[in-house]
Write a protein that binds this ligand. Structure first.
Ligand SMILES: [Zn+2]
Length: 224
């Protein structure tokens, strides 16, 4: 083991990104095998009609947001580190269908309200977009801003979520979005209201298609 790698391991001893407990110092494993086996995979596809206030063409996700998997996604979001990012990258390489990205011009992350992003130090959706960019070679364009503070969607009852995100997103430069096919990236897809509202704004700026990608989703999405 190189000295630099040893020092990095001493400072950041390997932890299982799923259960967060320490792993043997010399391990090459990305996570405990039983923890990996506890994750619930599956590509969920939610086609949307572009009418009745729905603006997404389709949404894909790779994890079911349930059981141990939802614990892992929460840990991934709370302690985004080299181990959890590596695990997500490996899983996405294994599970993504490359043709899903055919024709996509750019990856656009769902924005966070800037003070919340400053407090956290990162935007989870941007991190997921950057992982996808490494895998697919597609560019990331951090095109959007959440200009108005709203309560986090997870704290808002499902039936009030559409209203909670209404008119709170804007784009920096709409000319860069005109006639583009966009893949909108988020971490968790539940009611779909946040992505739908972003998609509405992107289409108003001339985007021709907006597909969605979420790391995890409820296997049955509640649409309002
Ligand atoms: Zn574990």
């Amino acid at each position: 083991m190189e000295i630099r790698e040893s020092i990095a391991k001493f400072l950041f001893p390997p932890r299982c990104p799923i259960c967060n407990s320490l792993m043997p110092f010399e391990t090459k494993d990305i996570a405990h095998t039983p923890c990996l086996e506890s994750l619930v995979f599956g590509t969920y596809v939610f086609p949307h009609k572009i009418d009745g206030g729905r603006y997404m063409d389709t949404v894909h996700s790779v994890f079911s947001y349930s059981g141990k998997t939802s614990d892992f996604i929460r840990v991934f979001k709370a302690r985004m580190n080299v181990h959890s990012i590596r695990l997500v990258r490996e899983i996405l390489i294994e599970s993504l269908k490359q043709d899903f990205f055919d024709g996509v011009d750019m990856l656009v992350p769902v924005p966070m309200y800037k003070n919340r992003e400053k407090a956290k130090g990162y935007n989870h959706s941007l991190t997921v977009a950057e992982i996808l960019a490494q895998i697919t070679g597609k560019p990331v364009y951090n095109a959007m801003a959440a200009h108005t503070f709203r309560r986090p969607q997870k704290e808002v009852p499902y039936a009030l979520r559409a209203e909670n995100v209404r008119d709170c997103f804007a784009v920096y430069d709409k000319n860069l979005l005109n006639a583009k096919a966009i893949l909108l990236i988020d971490d968790i897809y539940t009611t779909g209201n946040t992505m739908n509202e972003c998609s509405k704004v992107l289409r108003e700026c001339g985007a021709v298609t907006v597909k969605g990608f979420a790391l995890a989703s409820l296997s049955t999405v509640i649409l309002y």
